[in-house]
Design a protein around this ligand. Sequence first.
Ligand code: OOG
Ligand code: MG
Length: 256
Amino acid sequence: MSTIEEYAEIVDEAQRTATAIAQLTTTNPELSVDDAYAIQKVSVARRIARGEKRIGIKMGLTSRAKMQQVGVDQAAWGRLTDAMILEEGGTLKKSNFVHPRLEPEVVFLLNKRLSGTVTELEAMSAVEAIAPAMELIDSRYENFKFTLSDVIADNTSSSGLVIGAWRSPDVDFQNLGMVMFVNGRPVQIGSSAAILGHPVRSLVMAAKMVAQSGESLEPGDIVMAGGATAAHAVSVGETISLEVQHLGSVSISVEE
Ligand code: OOG
Ligand code: MG
């Protein structure tokens, strides 16, 4: 059995070099969720030590569609750094990733600290702004296959994010239409309500989950709410865009 540090190096190197690895649970079927979060923390600390900056967190597996697509039925969170930001309307290089997928999300910008048990009202009052976003997920595991512990150790597949224009959260964002297009053709159609019934619940859950790791959500942090539909495996030559009702759109193109 390897140590937390050894596993952290394995997943970090897989990410850094875009190389697929075997699931950690193949050699260690007993890998616990707590150990997996410890591995995630150390692996992201390696990125921070290389000069990346923490920008917030992402929630994952907060919709039924996402859980079904990857066969894991519990929510999880991961850490985001500035190196993951992709330019809105720009391009992403597919060769920087193993098997990248894009998924439609909404993202929150916080202006207050949130940690532990908070109400939906408290979570709402900590939201400075909301924006449409797509997350680029890229499991480092072969065939995009993993258990809950595997995916947590792999920073919940976090790889990139494209964020659209921020707007005031005064719009009711409980049930907003979300359509993701590939070269103008709709490929994923959903609603923000697919995210736990209301995306603010993802923020409530985020505050609780980070507190379990002794951390908090800080003013200035962003929190990705989680994919509202299944993710789309991207191909070179595609332009992928997301339109969120009342929130606007984001897009990115895929190159070699
Ligand atoms: C795990 C990450 C899930 C989401 O938004 O549900 C996630 C994965 O699907 O690879 O980011
Ligand atoms: Mg996601």
